[in-house]
Write a new protein. Structure first.
Length: 209
């Protein structure tokens, strides 16, 4: 046991059970993060993140598990983006009509799937997501996407605070640098969520009735 793990032992080492009614929440996997040359490009490792999400989305659809996508969109000039838009200049990529705000073809929502459009980091903040999940009887979220230290973390934290069981899929998340990626996965596991591997997530999806 390393010093960091030992420091958390006994205080931040609890676990959450997987619920009875899950959904897959895919956070912001749009071209702004996946296309080389974009100011928000998440790096060459994002190709593996996309591939993992393709497998998870296919498995969820096959099992009849709802798939929910999120994207980001702002009014021209960021009038609805508040302090967040002012703080992060690269968010201008998400002004309405930007090509980089589109989903890659392999991860585009189907006609009967929900897309939550947000202006802030959390998929819950200022959106109907919590009410929609409650109305559909969903108690568990498998959470993937980008970035681990930003919108994934914020959404997992808010899932916990809204009473949904958050399961963050390690290989399904990406960040610009491995250090914040690993640090945030560690902290999410310690305090707010379960961090699981792709194989375990696929097993949960396959186990649905």
């Amino acid at each position: 046991m390393d010093d960091l793990t030992r420091n958390y032992a006994g205080a931040f080492d609890g676990h959450l059970p997987f619920g009875r009614s899950p959904a897959l929440l895919v956070i912001d996997l749009v071209l702004a993060y996946t296309q080389p040359g974009s100011p928000l490009y998440a790096g060459p490792g994002v190709a593996d993140v996309v591939a993992c999400n393709e497998r998870l989305v296919a498995a969820a659809r096959a099992a009849g598990v709802p798939v929910i996508f999120t994207n980001v969109e702002y009014a021209p000039g960021g009038a609805d983006g508040g302090v967040f838009f002012r703080k992060v200049p690269a968010l201008r990529l998400f002004e309405r009509g930007s090509a980089l705000g589109a989903f890659p073809p392999s991860l585009s929502p189907q006609a009967d799937e929900v897309t939550i459009t947000k202006q802030y980091a959390s998929a819950f903040f200022g959106t109907p997501l919590a009410a929609m999940l409650t109305a559909r009887g969903i108690d568990t979220l498998l959470i993937t996407g980008v970035s681990t230290s930003g919108c994934v973390r914020a959404s997992a934290l808010d899932a916990c605070q809204h009473g949904f069981l958050p399961f963050v899929v390690r290989e399904g998340c990406g960040d610009r640098h491995p250090a914040p990626h690993e640090a945030n996965l560690f902290d999410l596991q310690a305090k707010y969520a379960e961090v699981v591997g792709e194989a375990e997530a696929l097993g949960h999806l396959a186990g649905r009735p």
